[in-house]
Ligand binder design. Structure first.
Ligand SMILES: *Cc1c(COP(=O)(O)O)cnc(C)c1O
Length: 436
């Protein structure tokens, strides 16, 4: 469509970049179809849950103050329990982020003297302080909860022998991170998580298995609660908030685990009974309703990015062909300039703050300057188109999100335009591949 091409050109995407993108997209038709089928399944799952729980107009209103008898909040938690196939759920705006949800799940279900085990290597950065791997005020370590970790095998497999040896009489909770986060290990499929949980329970049946589900929701048709997870935990400003939730986290799981979390979030004796939903319920419901298709849009973006950059000689994880279990795409540029150009290109395509130019800066908690691109409606939301990269070898960027596929596509083309515009990519290769 010439009109479309002209509009891309007016928005700064040269013909050469656009044509290359179209050539890449032609090959992705069957993969996009698979993603759409998953979204269709999950859309039915979500709508079905809302219908079974009889979500009504009154559920969309909120409460203030103590929040007693908050019909919409309680019903939403039932809907989450249905969607994640668990006994119960805690879904609250008072859970401020993913780290908070995970910390809450851990702190409420562990007691002094217990031990926590990660059988999948190092957990997400922010959990290091929650656990006390890096000494930190208020950590689990300060409360006398010890921690062990078993690395994945070099091929990404589980070290079953190591895990068996690490489980002891103190082991109370096992934490399994589904997404690779900002590491280069593969993301775990729900099926593999199920195998790991079965193994752990065969060694010690009463261990609580928790899955950090961040970035994994609705990427597959199954969720970890269906393969034996006792708690499934995540952030509402990632996949399940569908881009609309302005804050929040969830813990879905066994009734006892969820109640423990509720008594810790509010207070012993109060639990789930308090916690006003204020005005967020409509966005929580509508965001969950949109989440399957928003996740599909983000997945298409990640797949497109991998297939756009890999032929140009950049290492991409996951690679262009492998199956996907989360929405994160890593692209290695090998130079600070590449990382910066990519992030600036993503920012330039944002609906909000497209006119600002991100620069690397020394963020607290990181050991190298980091550049972040985010022009989001919800601050820091990473289900919206966003990217960040630490300015240190191997000079990789981590890219995720996109509320619509069309916007993800624009953002990725804009990133390539920025990289090519600075002479950092091979224009000849690009022409050759698109047959120009
Ligand atoms: C994002 C994320 C977290 C932490 O969530 P925040 O909302 O950033 O606190 C934890 N684990 C994984 C795998 C994540 O992707």
């Amino acid at each position: 469509m010439d009109e479309l091409r002209r509009l891309y050109a007016r928005m700064g995407i040269e013909k050469e970049i656009y044509e290359y993108g179209e050539a890449v997209l032609k090959r992705l038709v069957p993969r996009f179809q698979e993603i759409d089928e998953t979204a269709e399944y999950n859309q039915l799952k979500v709508v079905g849950a809302m219908q079974e729980c009889q979500v009504s107009e009154a559920c969309l209103l909120g409460t203030t103050g103590y929040g007693y008898n908050d019909l919409g909040r309680d019903r939403l938690e039932e809907v989450y329990a249905h969607v994640f196939r668990t006994e119960d759920a805690l879904v609250r705006p008072q859970i401020t982020c993913g780290t908070h949800a995970l910390a809450l799940a851990l702190m409420s279900n562990l007691r002094p003297g217990d031990e926590l085990l990660s059988p999948v290597g190092k957990p997400y950065d922010t959990l290091e302080e929650v656990i006390g791997i890096r000494p930190s005020r208020g950590s689990l370590a300060e409360y006398g909860i010890s921690y062990r970790q078993v690395e994945l095998l070099p091929d990404g497999g589980f070290d079953y022998e190591g895990i068996r040896n690490a489980i002891n009489e103190k082991t109370r909770l096992v934490t399994i991170q589904r997404s690779k986060g900002y590491q280069t290990r593969p993301t775990l499929s729900v099926e593999r998580i199920g195998e790991l949980i079965s193994f752990v329970k065969s060694v010690k049946p009463d261990v609580i298995c928790m899955v950090d589900n961040c970035y994994g929701e609705f990427v597959e048709i199954q969720e970890p609660g269906e393969v034996g997870a006792d708690m499934v935990v995540g952030s509402l400003i990632k996949n399940p908030g569908g881009g609309l939730a302005p804050i929040g986290g969830y813990i879905a799981g066994k009734k006892e685990c969820v109640e423990n979390a509720a008594y810790r979030l509010t207070s012993p004796g109060l639990g789930k009974e308090v916690g006003a939903s204020l005005g967020v319920l409509k966005d929580f419901y509508q965001g969950l309703f949109l989440a399957p298709s928003v996740t599909a849009a983000a997945l298409k973006g990640a797949l497109f990015a991998a297939n756009l950059y890999e032929p140009l000689g950049y290492a991409v994880v996951p690679d262009a062909r492998e199956s996907r279990h989360d929405i994160i795409q890593a692209i290695t540029f090998g130079s600070p300039e590449g990382v910066i150009a990519f992030c600036q290109g993503i920012q330039a395509a944002a609906p909000v703050d497209s006119h600002v130019t991100p620069e690397p800066w020394d963020m607290p908690g990181y050991d190298a300057p980091v550049i972040m691109a985010a022009g989001a409606f919800v601050a820091g939301s990473s289900i919206e188109l966003s990217a960040d990269g630490p300015i240190k070898p191997p000079y990789a960027v981590y890219f995720q999100g996109g509320l619509t596929w069309q916007h993800a596509k624009l953002g990725i083309l804009s990133s390539l335009q920025s990289v090519v515009g600075r002479g950092l990519a091979d224009r000849e290769a690009l022409r050759r591949i698109s047959g120009l």
